[in-house]
Design a protein around this ligand. Structure first.
Ligand code: ZN
Ligand code: ZN
Length: 411
């Protein structure tokens, strides 16, 4: 039997609703998408509920679901995905957090949750924390991500991810005390350690020469850390163990690369893949096509559609849909025409909401022997497609079937 290779191309926050900003059309309907239009002629269409109807996914939970992992079982906080994404090797019992540098005033009030956001000093401040911040019974590892963001990993005995955030999520308040979410000793101990780290980090950062310089230049000091999303690596089976297929991922977004690593996909940093509006689609397509030589499954993630949705910027989202269409075009040019190609989103981020919604996302599956529907790749046209409405948890198996890679159930 001919086993086909599979390429799954996903635009973050792709789905949308008709908006007055676009004459009651969606960005997908307005965008010029010659590559989707051509591909859709030979594709089956449908809609995908990333998790389930009425569930608004985060990118992390939707990715779990779309790769076939029940997020209600396997989602243990976003921290571990961030930490893996920035290149920390995580052990199963490590507790990982997402962190921000922030600005505290003299009275201990958070006056800027991002310490001005532009923080060229971040790497050096991270080094100072790694060198000077020591605990008696646990190891603390900081690693810079982007701008004011970093990952923090706590390593040692008797730790638990069952602790609350210290990030108040708004300015004008004090840093929250980390509390255990359960009465377990591990959680109580971890909360104590997190509070100790927060205090020590403030002492180290507040007097750091780079912060004194920032203050002199009238810039907000990066003199505190805010932590959130505590998590441990769930005992997650690998993608290869689940589906007997070797996978590779292309993404410019650290959290997504971290997720892919957590399920055992290779997910290196690709130069030019930036995860923002300027991302280099040619570089991403080349990396994906190269990977397809050695792997039977390649995942390509495109972030900018979601960011435009969060910005409530309809015009920008149209442009980013067009950029995603170019990415698909670059991929199609390099494929042999024998592969299973799937194009979809991880959730909708309607420009009028500026947030994720529970709306299903358009889904397209192309293969030489697929039943083609011949519509356009839009929310409305996909609603009439022959794939109907699928759930994220079924997607990979549907693709494996189209690729003739599903073993028979029974005799
Ligand atoms: Zn997303
Ligand atoms: Zn989003």
């Amino acid at each position: 039997m001919l086993e086909r290779k599979i390429i799954l191309v996903l635009a973050d926050g792709l789905g949308d609703r008709p908006t007055k900003k676009l004459d009651r059309k969606t960005p997908l309907e307005v965008a010029l998408t010659p590559n989707f239009d051509e591909l859709a002629q030979n594709s089956a269409l449908g809609l995908l509920y990333p998790i389930a109807p009425g569930v608004t996914p985060g990118s992390d939970t939707s990715h779990l679901s779309i790769f076939g992992y029940d997020p209600y079982v396997y989602y243990k906080g976003r921290g571990p995905f961030e930490a893996l994404g920035v290149g920390i090797e995580l052990a199963p019992n490590d507790v990982a957090f997402r962190g921000n540098f922030a600005t505290l005033n003299e009275s201990g009030i958070v006056v800027d949750r991002r310490a001005g956001r532009e923080l060229p000093e971040a790497k050096e401040l991270i080094s100072a924390l790694n060198e000077e911040l020591k605990l008696d019974n646990a190891q603390v590892i900081f690693k810079h991500a982007t701008e004011h963001r970093f990952a923090l990993v706590l390593r040692g005995e008797m730790l638990s991810a069952d602790v609350t955030d210290t990030d108040p999520h708004k300015v004008g308040e004090r840093i929250l005390k980390c509390e255990p979410k359960s009465g377990k000793r591990e959680a109580m101990r971890t909360a104590q350690l997190v509070n100790e780290i927060t205090q020590k980090a403030h002492e180290i950062l507040d007097k750091h020469p780079l912060n004194i310089q920032r203050q002199k230049r009238g810039l907000p000091k990066a003199n505190a850390i805010l932590l959130r999303g505590a998590g441990s690596l769930a005992n997650i089976p690998s993608f290869q163990a689940l589906y007997r297929i070797k996978g590779f991922a292309v993404s410019g977004t650290a959290m997504i690369r971290g997720f892919c690593k957590a399920i055992g996909l290779e997910a290196p940093v690709i130069p030019g893949a930036t995860g923002d509006f300027k991302t280099d689609v040619k570089a991403k397509a080349k990396a994906a096509l190269d990977a397809l030589e050695e792997h039977d499954f390649v995942y390509v993630h495109f972030k900018a559609t979601d960011a435009a949705g969060h910005d409530k910027n309809a015009e920008l989202k149209v442009k980013m849909v067009e950029k995603f269409d170019q990415l698909v075009g670059e991929l199609m040019n390099g494929l042999k025409g024998e592969e299973v190609v799937c194009v979809t989103g991880d959730h909708s981020t309607p420009v009028d909401l500026g947030e994720h919604s529970a709306d299903p996302v358009p889904l397209l599956i192309s293969a030489p022997d697929v039943h083609a529907d011949g519509g356009r790749f839009t929310e409305a046209a996909c609603a009439f497609g022959s794939l109907g409405r699928l759930y994220g948890r079924d997607l990979i198996r549907v693709l494996l079937n189209q690729a003739n890679r599903i073993a028979k159930f029974g005799e």
